[in-house]
Design a binder for this molecule. Structure first.
Ligand code: GAL
Length: 414
């Protein structure tokens, strides 16, 4: 909306000229640059513009957000924080403790967020009891995506355990087909690792190891078995895996160059963006026996000057929690809404499966925060674990050496 129109309306209503001048602005830092991700963030840009906002885009490419977080630190240190930042999990509170994040509790109260969000998600969004971030979705990490035709031609059912996965992969390998499309980047190694850990060890093992950082669990035989499985899976990737971006690995499954990818359901956004139909052209199964590794994307609002920027933050916070936005955004993104009251009727097969599994996991206490995607631990601890996981995957380190290194790295990070 033009300032002059706003001003005329405001004067007619007897509002102060300064409030009337607020023209919502937002510079938004995010890492949604793949095809499916870009289509999703466009939903938000369009809605922001339709509500009178001016969006300045600051995309920082790099799956998992490591590069985006480096860019964020540089901006904050130079005293020029972006207005809104894609930020997740405990790092929200870390930035708050550094005094960098503002509070949007007035919007949250006016829009009744406490009633709209599951308690576990609401807790991630609060700093000292007040909302300081707004959630857009719930991604699930522990998925195995499969190319339906490749699997059918090989006579393979989509795997629901790691034993089934190994049996399928051996068969595919014997037929000359790459079983696993993988991108050899540390965060992708960590994504596979945590899915293996929860599937092999179960929810309590996972919680003790990657939420509580229990030393005995980190050094346990069960953890050795997790590293054994990672070594087995190293044998299922192609020769060119090193450094590959996650969406290029997804493309290999889409094109039938490989059978499977293990990745969060932003991968489904790529399949959908390529016109593929979930449950028909590609399969989605989870090897976690009822557990559910979650990853909630959210926006945090950094301390900035200027009432246009503050108006932009409030508008953005309100829009991302809007019912229609949460539906349309997540249909593109591959995730499910963070809000409890959004109908799943328009969602496809894998989305409905995710939502049903999410509710069962909440009931059973099997809902687990992803360590690899910054939901379970602070940066130093998560980084320490990932360093060992990726060092093991890319060398001939034994599982015994890996668990020792894991416990040591975590101890040093505390
Ligand atoms: C995750 C993020 C997702 C997706 C993915 C790949 O950490 O939560 O929204 O963008 O990285 O970039």
């Amino acid at each position: 909306m033009k300032k002059s129109v706003l001003l005329t309306g405001a004067l007619a209503l007897g509002l102060t000229a300064s409030a009337a001048h607020a023209d919502p602005q937002a510079e938004v830092l995010h890492w949604w640059t793949s095809g499916g991700e870009a289509a999703s963030v466009k939903v938000l840009m369009d809605e922001f513009a339709a509500n009178g906002g001016t969006w300045t885009d600051m995309p920082v490419a790099g799956g998992g957000g490591d590069a985006a977080m480096t860019a964020l630190r540089a901006r904050v240190l130079s005293g020029n924080a972006p207005t809104a930042v894609q930020l997740k999990g405990p790092s929200i509170q870390e930035w708050y403790e550094e005094g960098a994040i503002g509070n949007i509790d007035d919007v949250a109260k006016a829009e009744n967020w406490d009633a709209l969000l599951p308690a576990a998600i609401a807790d991630h969004m609060k700093c000292d009891g007040a909302y300081c971030a707004a959630p857009v979705n719930v991604h699930r990490i522990d998925w195995i995506w499969g190319n339906s035709k490749v699997l059918a031609d090989a006579g393979i059912e989509p795997p629901t355990t790691w034993d089934e996965f190994n049996a399928a992969a051996e068969k595919l390998k014997g037929m000359g087909i790459t079983p696993l499309a993988h991108g050899g980047q540390a965060w992708q190694d960590a994504t596979v690792f945590e899915a293996v850990a929860v599937g092999l060890g179960g929810p309590e093992f996972y919680r003790k190891a990657f939420v509580e950082l229990d030393m005995d669990t980190l050094k346990s035989d069960q953890m050795k078995a997790v590293f054994d499985q990672m070594r087995t899976m190293r044998g299922y990737v192609d020769d060119n895996f090193s450094g590959r971006d996650w969406n290029l690995a997804t493309a290999m499954v889409i094109n039938g160059e490989a059978a499977f990818q293990i990745m969060g359901d932003w991968a489904k956004g790529e399949f959908i963006n390529a016109g593929k139909v979930p449950g028909k052209d590609f399969t989605c199964t989870s090897p976690s026996g009822g557990a559910y590794l979650y990853n909630v994307d959210s926006f945090a609002f950094f301390n900035v000057d200027g009432e246009d920027n503050v108006a932009g933050q409030k508008l953005l916070a309100k829009l991302v929690m809007g019912g229609n936005f949460q539906k349309v955004f997540n249909l593109n993104k591959g995730s499910v809404p963070a809000r409890l009251d959004v109908s799943m009727d328009e969602f496809e097969f894998c989305g409905r499966q995710s939502n049903a599994d999410l509710n069962t996991a909440i009931d059973q206490g099997f809902l687990l925060p992803s360590y690899a995607h910054g939901m379970a631990l602070r940066g130093a601890q998560a980084g320490a674990i990932t360093d060992v996981v990726t060092a093991h995957f890319n060398s001939d380190m034994s599982s015994e050496e890996a668990v020792e290194a894991l416990a040591q790295a975590v101890a040093n990070s505390l």
